[in-house]
Design a protein around this ligand. Structure first.
Ligand code: PLP
Length: 375
């Protein structure tokens, strides 16, 4: 059975060049970057080259990139630091953030008794900027934490605009940019965001590695206590093969960005047309215009009773997509993202998330539709 992978917002396949680079490091550069002998020095130079590569691609300085185990760690760290170190008394975020932000904020609210305000989400799944401005008119030390691209529906925040609004109001701005890094140009000299995070496995790199961007001059406490790695703020022996793989993956993402984006945009358009043709009452969560080209959240006009079987039956046919609404193990709870802006009737229909990569094809979409028509 030919398998079809359309779940690239969950994770992506490694590019062959990334694997080759990682294998070479695993075989040859096993020195510890902290060691002063030649093995260590070679490893250290690879590490710093990787940092420089990533920094250049985002137009920041190398010292502003700190390697972490991924975005969950980086988000938790930045949010915690804002409260304990930047003395933030309030976090403004949204209810459609990834749990790596939402649950971290909930925890910090309980621990530190901070104020948490949720910015309203509009009917199209985007952030209500007027409401954000209203919230910002209250004078209190604040961190704004809003994701760049929503991982379930793909809606895009105007990062530059929000970053500028935060600057005007003298508040710090953190963005979970996991779904956008490697998928669009990000010039951080133009976008005055203070903190952002990425995870390599979302852009065809390895799992268990990511980075935090921390704007120069902003104080950060160390996440753990240990050695001097990462200027002592994120101690622990560096995962060199993963770091080098991540830098290679990001470099390749940017090298192929125009071609990949054109291919995927065309494929997304085809997918929308095909769904509209075969399921005339289909709807898309978040308008299709303001979502990133890699993600399409499809609300199917399928009978509610069939929704529980939907993903299972696709999986049996070797097709991997993701669930956009719950109905898992008998539970009819919608995803926290969809529940935020869909009405009661809309939530009842099963939603699936199709997320593309440069490897996805029209033939795969045809097979997906044929499989859905048979459910
Ligand atoms: N933030 C967003 C928007 C994500 O999509 C993900 C992964 O699904 C994460 C954070 C967490 O990333 P990781 O599991 O690699 O730490």
């Amino acid at each position: 059975m030919e398998k079809i992978y359309l779940d690239n917002a969950a994770t992506t396949a490694l590019r062959p060049e990334v694997i080759a680079e990682m294998v070479s490091v695993l075989q040859n550069e096993y020195g510890n970057p902290s060691s002063s002998h030649s093995f260590g020095r070679t490893a250290k130079s690879k590490l710093e080259l990787a940092r420089k590569t990533i920094a250049q691609l985002l137009n920041v300085s190398a010292q502003e990139i700190i390697f972490t185990s991924g975005a969950t760690e980086a988000n938790n760290w930045i949010l915690q630091n804002a409260i304990t170190n930047l003395k933030v008394k309030r976090v403004i975020t949204s209810k459609i953030e990834h749990h790596a932000v939402l649950h971290a904020v909930e925890f910090l609210q309980k621990e530190h008794n901070i104020q948490v305000d949720f910015v309203k989400i509009k009917k199209d799944g985007t952030v209500d900027i007027n409401h954000l401005m209203e919230l910002l008119s209250q004078e209190i030390t604040t961190l704004v934490s809003l994701m760049h691209v929503n991982n379930e529906i793909g809606t895009v925040l105007d990062l530059e605009e929000i970053a500028k609004i935060c600057k005007q109001h003298g508040v710090c701005f953190h963005s979970d940019t996991v779904q956008s890094v490697g998928k669009m140009e990000l010039d951080l000299q133009k976008i005055p965001v203070d903190f952002m995070v990425a995870s390599a496995h979302k852009f065809h790199g390895p799992k268990g590695i990511g980075f935090a961007f921390i704007r120069k001059g902003l104080p950060v406490h160390s996440i753990f206590h240990g050695g001097e790695q990462e200027k002592g703020i994120r101690p622990g022996t560096e995962s060199l093969h993963n770091i080098v793989g991540m830098a290679k993956a990001l470099q390749l993402s940017f090298e192929h960005l125009n071609a990949d984006r054109t291919h995927i945009q065309d494929l997304k358009k085809y997918t929308i047309e095909q769904f509209q043709h075969h399921f005339p009452d289909v709807a898309f969560n978040g308008t299709t215009e303001n979502t990133l080209y890699t993600i399409l959240s499809i609300r199917l006009p399928i009978d509610d009773s069939k929704s529980g079987m939907l993903l299972f039956s696709l999986d049996m046919k070797g097709i991997a997509v993701s669930r956009g609404s719950a109905c898992q193990s008998g539970s009819a709870r919608p995803s926290h993202v969809l529940a935020e802006f869909l009405n009661q009737e809309e939530v009842l229909h099963p939603s699936i998330r199709v997320s593309f990569s440069h490897l996805s094809t029209k033939k795969e979409i045809d097979t997906l539709i044929t499989a859905l028509l048979a459910v």
